[in-house]
Design a protein around this ligand. Structure first.
Ligand code: C2G
Length: 450
């Protein structure tokens, strides 16, 4: 008797799952299906699972395809099960291609082609629609994003748009997407929501088109480069009851949100000063240094430090000054943004041509918080006091590329689970666009030659 095993969350059970199980069953005589527990999904960074474990097990039972159903609740269980049950074949969808090679020493490993796209009939769950997501752009971040989407339940990456159709095709082929196109109308007709990962000077137009086509939008930072466009887009989204979120991934991570709650809890007294640094040395003919692409340290990197400042001190600042080093093309290669509030001050330091310590320091009247580099991936931070015995350390998981958290929150907002995203509010994004705009206008700016 040939025994086959496969695993999954099988959340919001749909045709893609059914087809996988059917083909898995046909590989042998006896099929065991492992269903992940909430704890294991949490551990492996699978987000936004809606159905309970029991519902997900029942949905498998109803197919009549499983000869046995087990639960998967820990790392390494697959190998144990293969030996425990005398498995001949391990199978899983092709989105996991290459991830289970280590099992080949114990059984045959078969990756079955994943069902592309979400057809309307794929809905077994009435109360939750699986969101059909599209990507605009096919650069580096789009690849990282496509990799992270599979860790979020309730969403399927359907296709990619790029005026450069070859670039779109490359990404679609690598992630086995249902379509790729350079026709924006065709693109919008096939999706419910869009992730905009195009060069930032094109963001405004794409956001506008998407909202006017009634699509929810998650847009890479910096979302737009001036306040009026930011306000206009958030109003357009709100008037159409659509979600518009700026994709500053740090804002949605568990670590950063833990940091904010500790910093605001009074543990370090009243916050008086913030210093947030993000530098990344680049050179050559790259987008970050291209004046035509609105490159420069502030437009490329300032969203992160400004996120920390606005989430800790708010949007009601009094003034901002800039000290910046400009190269011969007018690109800022190192900039300090000094922001004054009524009773606190903050400095953001960003650089593409100067290297510094990528730390976040939150200074208070009773102590301070030190977040080591890369603070924007917030995995470890320390609360430090005058009396060292009171110091505390915090460690929080940061899964994969850290993009699944923003994707998960985006889905929750679309499905209406969250009343309003609190992790990154429109007013926060508007604040960031205002500071960037004031820098681009060189207000209150001292310029140094690089
Ligand atoms: N699947 C598919 N087509 C889809 C969606 C999913 O073939 N459109 C397959 C997946 O490749 C997987 C199975 O259906 O083999 C279950 O999918 P998920 O519930 O998303 O499970 P997953 O998170 O991929 O976990 O230990 C668990 C395994 O790693 C799979």
């Amino acid at each position: 008797m040939k025994k086959v095993i496969t695993y999954g969350s099988f959340d919001l059970f749909h045709e893609g799952h059914y087809r996988l199980l059917k083909r898995a069953k046909e590989l042998g005589d006896y099929l065991i299906v492992g269903v992940t527990t909430e704890q294991f999904d949490e551990y492996r960074g699978k987000m936004n699972v809606i159905d309970s474990l029991m519902e997900r097990i029942d949905n498998i039972k109803k197919t009549g395809l499983a000869d046995e159903i087990i639960i998967e609740d820990h790392e390494g269980q697959k190998l144990e099960d293969i030996q425990k049950y005398g498995i001949d074949i391990f199978t899983v969808g092709s989105d996991w291609k290459g991830k289970f090679e280590f099992l080949k020493d114990y059984c045959e490993v078969i990756y079955l082609e994943r069902t592309k796209g979400i057809s309307s009939t794929m809905m077994r769950q009435k109360n939750h629609k699986i969101v059909r997501l599209g990507i605009i752009g096919s650069g580096r971040i789009a690849y990282r994003f496509a990799q992270e989407v599979k860790y979020v339940s309730g969403v399927n990456l359907e296709g990619v748009f790029n005026p450069n159709i070859h670039s779109a095709k490359q990404l679609a082929d690598q992630y086995e997407l249902k379509f790729y196109t350079k026709d924006l109308e065709e693109f919008f007709n096939k999706i419910d929501a869009v992730y905009i990962a195009s060069p930032h000077k094109t963001h405004y137009e794409y956001i506008k088109e998407a909202l006017e086509n009634r699509k929810h939008v998650l847009c890479e930072k910096p979302m737009v480069l001036n306040v009026s466009q930011a306000r206009e887009m958030f109003n357009l989204a709100q008037n159409n009851k659509l979600v518009l979120l700026e994709a500053i991934k740090t804002a949605y991570t568990p670590g950063f949100n833990k940091l904010l709650s500790i910093a605001k809890s009074g543990k370090i007294g009243r916050i008086k000063d913030i210093e947030a640094t993000f530098t990344k040395l680049v050179s050559g003919d790259v987008r970050e240094l291209n004046p035509n692409e609105m490159g420069g340290s502030v437009t490329e990197l300032a969203s992160y430090p400004l996120l920390a400042i606005v989430k800790l001190l708010g949007t009601n600042y009094n003034n901002v000054q800039f000290e910046t080093f400009i190269d011969e093309c007018g690109i800022d290669l190192y900039t300090k943004l000094n922001i004054q509030y009524n009773n606190a001050t903050a400095t953001a330091k960003v650089g593409l041509g100067v290297k510094s310590e990528g730390q976040l320091l939150i200074s208070g009247t009773q102590g301070y918080i030190y977040v080591e580099a890369p603070w924007w991936k917030t995995q470890h931070f320390e609360v430090r006091h005058e009396n060292l015995e009171h110091n505390e350390k915090f460690f929080i998981k940061y899964a994969g590329e850290g993009l699944r958290y923003e994707i998960s929150d985006f889905m929750s907002l679309i499905n209406g689970n969250d009343t309003k995203g609190y992790k990154l509010l429109p007013k926060d994004s508007i604040f960031i666009s205002e500071i960037i705009e004031r820098f681009l206008k060189r207000e209150n700016t001292i310029v140094f030659p690089y």
